[in-house]
Structures are given as C-alpha cells and as structure tokens.
Design a protein around this ligand. Structure first.
Ligand code: 5AD
Ligand code: SF4
Length: 351
C-alpha cells in the first residue's frame, strides 16, 4: 500500500476514542494491516527468546534505566554456562530464535560473544540475533563469522535534535551508517523507534516511519515510551498505546514482508493496555513476539523501563501465559526461525 506523508500524519492525528474500544478509523487501519500480514504470514507468530545477558552499559540514554549514571541499579552479567542454560530452556519451550541482548558492556570481550554464538549454532538449529549496540565494523564482522544471523540496532528517532538530546554524544547518521555496515556484512538487520518520547510530534513519527520503510530492513520494531523513575525523563508522560498500535499497523502496510514484533513495552504500559498490549499489537499487523527468557535470579534487574520483566512472575510462567494468550487470540505459534521474507520477496517496502 502506498501512503503519502500527509495521509500518514492525518491517521496519526485522528482523535483517540474515549471509551476502551478503538475508533472506526483505527479499527479499519488495524484490519487492513492484519489482512496484509495474513497474506504473507497466515496467522503464524514467530517466537524470539531474549536473553538479557548483561545490564551494564557505558551509555546514558535519557529514557533508559540501564544508563550508566543510574547508580541505584544492581547490575549483573551472565556467565557462558548461564547463557547456555537459558538457550537450552528457550529451545525446550519452542523459541525459533535466540536474541542475545545487553547494554553496551565494555567488560564483555567480543570473543566471548563469538564463542557463545558458535556454541549455540553447533548445538541447535536456531537463528541468533545480536542486540548489543554500537561496535566497530571488525567486531560486527567477527560476530557475523561466528554464525550470527541478525542484528538489531534501533534508531529510536530520526529527528536529529531529539536523537542527540536523548542519546548524549550520539548522532543519527552514525547509527544509520552502522546499519548499512551490518547490511553489507550480510546480517538480516532490524531497527526501530520509541513512540512518544517527550517533544516527538506526529510529523516526527511520520518521518520515522517513512525513513524506516526505505532502509531495506528485515525487521522493524516500535514500542511506547515508558518513563523510568531513575532517569532524567522520570516525570515525562508515557507513550500512547493507540499511537503505538497505529504505527505498528502503518509499518505493516508500508512494509508487508518485514518481521514486526508486538513489543514487550506494549504490555508494560502502566495504564491503558490491561496487560493485553502484545495481543493488540498482533491484531494491528505484528507477526513476532519476543519474550524474555532471562533467568529468574536476575531478570527483574534488566530494568530498561518499569514492568519490563515483572518480578511477580517467573520467566517460565510469563512465557507460558503469553503463549496461551497468543493461541487463544487465534494465532499459530511457530518454532521456526522466521527468517526475513524480504529475502524471498525482494524489496518489501510499498512506498
Ligand atoms: N521506554 C520504552 N522503550 C525503551 N527502550 C529503552 N528505554 C525505554 C523506555 N523507557 C528501548 C529502546 C532500546 C531498547 C533496548 O529498549 O528502543 O533500543
Ligand atoms: Fe545503554 Fe541501550 Fe539503555 Fe542506551 S538504550 S542506556 S545504549 S542499554
């Protein structure tokens, strides 16, 4: 489907229904997006298990609880064996992909990651995604050589001023260059944005959507901003559920073949989603879930935003509960890798 910049802005500026149900305009948007997803994926939902293996980070993004200056956070780093135990667990509960995610931890040697990926690839027929931030090209190459299939590097916002405001010392063009390097190295590459950072307008979001849809991405993610009490944005307003669902649906319409996750942040909104946000994401055109499979001993300390990995539920019960909700909502869970359809269908962007 092709949509102009003005049409997208208009959709994003539509008033939000007062009641708990969506407006007719939103319902037709979500129906069109679901139909587009169904045409390529049927009702299949791919499962990527995330192992959050280190909560150390050298950076200071204003929105994120893992920021280096958050001295209240008790940090952790998993060992090789602990990560492999989590991988074994992920394989046994049907994940088709392992996502290794962490802050930018300077004390993790690139060869540590290399060995982990090799070990996973030798033991299992699982896809491996890395989500560990900014590194030099030779490190990205080393990890690609280890067998890593995918890399996830979010741009967060395409507005250059907001980008450098909320990601101190970081420039949007550096991030875009890194994404191109990863693509040249043969990774399937994912990127995405946060919805509703303070100061973000519908025009900004539209530009985000349009840029993301021309980058040849294999995966695109968007999740609502959730204020974290130990960050400079502690008093800011949370991102909107409806806006996040609209962006998910628009991403699907603009990128029919992309993998689009129903992000965990949709379920963690303190108000508005009734813990059903990820199902709403699937009903707005998403085709992937990414449950945390980080061990219980540490998972609540991976505190990017409040409610990320609820301390009230164990990893096992949280995944089981999510899996049954997805099935009850009429989707079929897949344990396949769910590799990029873009590789099969050529360029996916419809703009
Ligand atoms: N709210 C929502 N998403 C966040 N992220 C980081 N902090 C927040 C927050 N407060 C997202 C960013 C980052 C990913 C690891 O988590 O998109 O890339
Ligand atoms: Fe570190 Fe990523 Fe959080 Fe930024 S968003 S502080 S890079 S973990």
């Amino acid at each position: 489907m092709s949509l102009t910049r003005n049409e997208i802005i208009e959709i994003l500026k539509n008033p939000v229904a007062e009641s708990t149900s969506f407006s007719d305009v939103d319902n037709s948007l979500f129906t069109a997006a679901t139909a587009t997803a169904r045409a390529l994926f049927n009702n299949t939902v791919y499962q990527r298990g995330i192992i959050e293996f280190s909560s150390y980070c050298r950076k200071n993004c204003h929105y994120c609880g893992l920021r280096n200056k958050n001295t209240d956070l008790v940090r952790y780093r998993l060992t090789h064996d602990e990560i492999m135990q989590a991988v074994d667990n992920a394989a046994s509960i049907g994940m088709g992909t392992i996502v290794l995610q962490a802050g930018e931890d300077e004390d993790v040697n690139p060869h540590f990651i290399y060995t982990i990926v090799r070990t996973i690839k030798e033991k299992y027929n699982l896809a491996v995604t890395l989500s560990i931030g900014d590194h030099p090209d030779d490190v990205y190459r080393l990890w690609r050589d280890s067998g890593a299939d995918r890399y996830l590097l979010k741009i967060e916002t395409t507005d250059t001023d907001l980008h450098s405001l909320y990601r101190p010392g970081q420039q949007l063009y550096d991030r875009l260059n890194r994404i191109e390097s990863l693509q040249r190295l043969g990774y399937e590459v994912g990127s995405g944005i946060i919805i509703g950072l303070p100061g973000m307008t519908e025009e900004n979001l539209t530009d985000d959507l349009l840029l993301l849809s021309t980058m040849g991405l294999d995966m695109i993610a968007c999740g609502p901003f959730i204020p974290h009490p130990q960050t400079p944005l502690r008093h800011a307003k949370q991102g909107s559920l409806v806006e996040s669902l609209r962006v998910t649906a628009l991403l699907r319409l603009l990128n029919p073949a992309a993998n689009i996750p129903a992000t965990s942040a949709l379920d963690s909104l303190p108000s508005g989603c009734n813990n059903n946000g990820r199902i709403m994401g699937l009903n707005a055109g998403a085709n992937v879930i990414m449950p945390s499979i980080t061990p219980d001993e540490v998972r609540s300390r991976y505190s990017i935003y409040p409610g990320k990995n609820s301390p009230a539920s164990t990893q096992h019960s949280a995944v089981k509960q999510l899996q049954s909700k997805v099935q009850q909502a009429g989707f079929t869970l897949s344990s396949q890798a769910g590799s990029s359809m873009r590789r099969t269908f050529g360029t996916q962007s419809a703009i």
